[in-house]
Design a protein around this ligand. Sequence first.
Ligand code: 5GP
Length: 187
Amino acid sequence: MKKGKLIVISGPSGVGKDTVVKELLKNNDNFELSISMTSREKRLNEQDKVDYYFVSKEKFEKEIENNNLLEWAKYNDNYYGTPKKEIEKRINNNINVFLVIEVVGGMNIKKMLKDDALLIFLLPPDFKELRNRIVNRNLDNEENINKRLKIAEEEIKVSKKYDYVVVNDDLNKTVKEIENIIKKELK
Ligand code: 5GP
């Protein structure tokens, strides 16, 4: 039986990855989203087991030790990782799974899965716009905003290694563009 693919969506904090993926999931039945595990604090607008599996640092380290994660990385001093149980059954049932993850994880997925993974990087129209988006969503303090912008600069350098880079200027246009890429690559 045909197997599903992993579709990695990466991009700097604030670029709109979650919004884009939400739209893609609305329009396509055989796509599902992998829920990641993280040791970061839950934000007020987030729900456990919906946005992330929120766990302690110790529990996360146990999951690494027990080999329960397909990939994991540290970002801004917190752990983030993809539980294997989010992936295996779906792929075997020919469901394509979105992973919204940072670039270290993205590169590890590419190394492990080669052509069974499709990597798409979302770029902001420009840096000023990115800062505005992070500030306006009101979820981070000033120190965190600056840290996220610094990480963004590094992430954008890695975008060259992705299969596709898409500039997220207009939501509808971005979604269409990604749908076309997926159609072309998954046929
Ligand atoms: P945030 O704190 O903004 O929710 O996420 C910070 C970064 O971690 C984002 O770039 C997000 O895509 C990434 N991330 C979320 N889940 C995972 C995961 O399972 N693995 C990796 N490597 N990165 C993740």
